[in-house]
Design a protein around this ligand. Structure first.
Ligand code: PEP
Ligand code: MG
Length: 759
């Protein structure tokens, strides 16, 4: 870890920083005057003959923007290619350079008329942000001397401040920094997988709320140290709790990793390093951020994977420290921003809803699967999502521009002009395509051979209701009642719930709405409701299990549903039923509420249908009994699949292991549909399978005739239905099952391609 502890430290620069602060926060001056003042302060305070700032233009040219000591006529006239001369060398190699005599350096490039004939010593540091070089800050002297480490460190600290000024666009626009046409691009294209289609451009926001640093320079070093020490103590205490709890379950290697992590948190080396930066006059958060920037530089250079892992631990620790420094106003810095793209390792559904308040446009994840609830919410919000983008959170800086291409499963960081032009063209094409699709949408959900498929919407948010009035849509097949709960600040009382459910019924007009009672727990956390920490939350205290243990919650919800459906049809289903006795218990609570409503002379619902989510495999073995107890079934393929294969739907490591079109799952679905068809009860598939054209095709071929679909997938599902001859595809699928074709998916895809079915 020594390399870490030896990070450069500025030792004594508070005076320079104080003077810089006066300039930056003082009377309104032009950006040019600002740069001139900065170079003058540096030259005077560091007692050097020359100080210059070069800024990268168009990704290839380093242009002299300000100088103290060189010929002022050379400003904006002197331009060096990236990599040319000593300044170009600093930019290209992305590291400081210190020389006692420039003229004997191999890369020395003499520039006519600039006035550096007799200058010998040189120190230059890159001005960088988020791994991109924005320019070079250099000092020079007539005497031959080697500048001290401390002097270079002061330059690095100031370069960080300059990077913020340049990135803010006040000196030159960001587009001017980026490469122009015909020049090698500085934009970064990264591949991932799409979890929701769509195309957006926006400003990156790291999901470490608080890392957007507003104050770079401190007012009082002593106070700043106190703030920092307090934040460190709080971080260490919270980590101790966190690790203490995990230690109870950790074993072997896991345990030693946690121990090492705890040791790092206590390690004085890196904390000392940050404290020294604070002593130079940086604000505590800027000092932590500077440490992070150095860390990322090390990370990029190191080939050693063990070292990289440890550096990532430090990245995590420093993020925690930033949290403690900026306090609890975690999302405050997003107020008033236009179009943000959230970048996260992973994200809970409630956290995404939190960002929804700040007009989130797109989401980029390092981990995350399409059946995870965060993806479901993103679809409901119509936010494009690209997942499994390796180390994106380390590559991006808050405020960077980013394109999220959910159609191609690709991300572009700091797009150049060419990327932006292509983006705009794609947006137009997309819009036209959707206009055509949407025009067709209302036409029909009838197959080529005349079979009508009943299509419903999965709804949780207002945006999901988009197509509800279309003739081809039969109603709301799944209303996830927990979503409005997740958006609320406090637990919604009966009156609030009644209003919410009433609004949904009103929006659906006379079409049926299938209300699912609260499915909280798992990855759906209500911030205001304390739940015990489950080791396996997906299989833990969740959904109906909470409802039966805390009947007051279930009773209030059922009361609100009964009130909202007064005089109308009410369909209620219970989630995560694993045994019929749970359904019977839940049904008793529903009857109790109905009785109370009757006693209080409320107008009862005109009709009542009660069903369950079929999503726990144990219930499949009680199907006949179940069918005699319910009016309908809703098949939750997301959970049924994860419990069938014991494969956590949120775990991205499992993505290539299991597939809903594996023969065993297909056979399970076939078993279910055959059994249900023998009864006169209805079944609708509402899991994500129904929203994926190829999987929905398999469902129809197996015999399912009712699907409940995410609104963003509805056009694609309808198109697939309009393209098929159901009898033929059913025959084909039955045959695949009969001959036990393990490569079911590939066979079905080939069939769809051969028969011009849009999938
Ligand atoms: C399911 O499990 O398939 C389902 C629709 O419920 P949810 O995704 O909300 O768990
Ligand atoms: Mg479910």
């Amino acid at each position: 870890m020594n390399a870490l502890l030896n990070f450069p430290l500025a030792t004594n620069s508070p005076r320079i920083l104080r003077r810089l602060r006066e300039i930056l926060g003082g009377a309104a001056i032009t950006p040019e005057e600002k740069l001139n003042a900065i170079v003058k302060i540096i030259a005077n305070e560091m007692a050097v003959d020359v100080c210059s700032i070069y800024i990268l233009r168009a990704g290839v040219v380093l242009e002299l923007f300000a100088t103290y000591g060189l010929n002022p006529q050379a400003i904006h006239q002197t331009r060096l290619k990236f990599g040319q001369g000593i300044v170009g060398d600093v930019a290209q190699n992305f590291r400081p350079l210190v020389l006692s005599d420039v003229q004997s350096y191999q890369n020395f490039h003499f520039v006519e008329g600039i006035g550096e004939e007799n200058l010998h010593s040189f120190a230059g540091v890159p001005i960088s942000r988020g791994g991109n070089v924005l320019g070079v800050l250099a000092i020079q002297s007539y005497v031959k001397r080697l500048y001290f480490n401390e002097e270079v460190e002061i330059l690095q600290t100031i370069a960080m401040i300059l990077a913020e000024i340049i990135a803010s666009g006040e000196i030159i626009s960001k587009n001017e920094i980026l490469p122009s046409e015909g020049v090698e691009s500085l934009s970064i294209h990264l591949k991932g997988i799409s979890l929701n289609p769509g195309l957006v451009i926006g400003q990156a926001v790291s999901h470490h709320p608080g890392v957007m640093i507003k104050r770079l320079i401190s007012d009082d070093v002593g106070e700043e140290r106190k703030r920092f020490n307090k934040a460190v103590r709080r971080m260490q205490a919270s980590l101790k709790n966190l690790i203490g709890e995990s230690m109870l379950i950790a074993l072997g290697e896991e345990k030693s990793i946690l121990e090492a992590y705890q040791m790092f948190a206590q390690d004085y080396g890196w904390l000392k390093s940050i404290r020294k930066s604070i002593d130079t006059g940086l604000s505590a958060e800027a000092a932590v951020q500077q440490f992070q920037a150095n860390l990322r530089q090390e990370l990029r250079k190191s080939p050693d994977s063990y070292f990289k892992e440890r550096l990532l631990d430090f990245e995590d620790l420093t993020n925690r420290l930033l949290h403690h420094l900026v306090g609890d106003k975690e999302y405050g810095h997003l107020e008033g921003r236009q179009g943000i793209v959230v970048i996260a390792r992973n994200l809970g559904p409630a956290e995404l809803l939190e960002y929804e308040k700040y007009n989130v446009q797109g989401l980029i994840l390092e981990e995350g699967l399409d059946t995870a609830h965060v993806s479901i919410i993103a679809r409901a919000l119509n936010i494009p999502v690209v997942s499994r983008v390796s180390r994106i959170s380390l590559r991006v800086e808050p405020g960077d521009q980013v394109i999220v291409d959910g159609d191609k499963g690709q991300v572009i960081l700091n797009p150049n002009d060419e990327d932006v032009v292509a983006f705009e063209k794609n947006i137009q094409t997309r819009r036209r395509r959707f206009q055509i699709i949407e025009k067709n949408l209302n036409m029909s959900s009838v197959t080529k051979d005349g079979q009508r498929i009943s299509l419903h919407l999965n709804v949780g948010l207002q945006g999901d209701l988009k197509y509800i009035s279309y003739d081809a849509i039969d109603g709301i097949g799944l209303y996830r009642t927990e979503i409005p709960f997740m958006m609320a600040e406090t637990y919604p009382d009966v009156a609030t719930q009644t209003r919410i459910y009433g609004d949904i019924l009103a929006a659906a007009k006379d079409k049926p709405v299938y209300f699912r009672t609260l499915d909280i727990g798992g990855d759906k956390i209500l911030p205001y409701l304390r739940e015990p920490e489950d080791e396996n939350p997906m299989m833990g205290w969740r959904a109906i299990r909470i409802g039966l243990d805390r009947p007051i919650l279930l009773r209030q919800q059922l009361r609100a549903l009964i009130k909202a459906a007064s005089g109308k049809n009410l369909n209620v289903m219970f989630p995560m039923i694993a045994d019929i006795k749970e359904l019977i218990e839940a049904r008793k609570i529903l009857d109790l509420e109905l009785k109370n409503a009757e006693k209080n002379n409320f107008l009862l619902p005109a009709s009542l249908h009660v069903g369950v989510m079929l999503e726990v495999p144990s219930l499949v073995w009680r199907l006949d009994h179940l069918l005699s107890e319910v009016d309908f079934i809703s098949l939750g393929s997301n959970d049924l699949f994860q419990f069938f294969y014991a494969a956590d739907r949120n775990n991205h490591h499992l993505i290539n292991h299991f597939d809903p079109l594996m023969l065993s799952f297909v056979e399970l679905l076939q078993y279910i549909i055959k059994r249900v068809k023998r009864s006169n009860k209805s079944i609708t598939v509402c899991g994500e399978m129904a929203s994926q054209p190829i999987e929905a095709l398999a469902l129809l071929a197996l015999g399912f005739r009712s699907l409940s679909v995410t609104s963003s997938s509805m056009p694609a599902i309808q198109k697939m239905i309009q393209d098929i001859e159901l009898k033929k595809v059913s025959h084909f699928v039955q045959n695949l099952i009969k001959i036990k074709r393990e490569d079911f998916r590939n066979n079905l895809i080939s069939y769809a391609i051969d028969h011009n079915i849009s999938i």
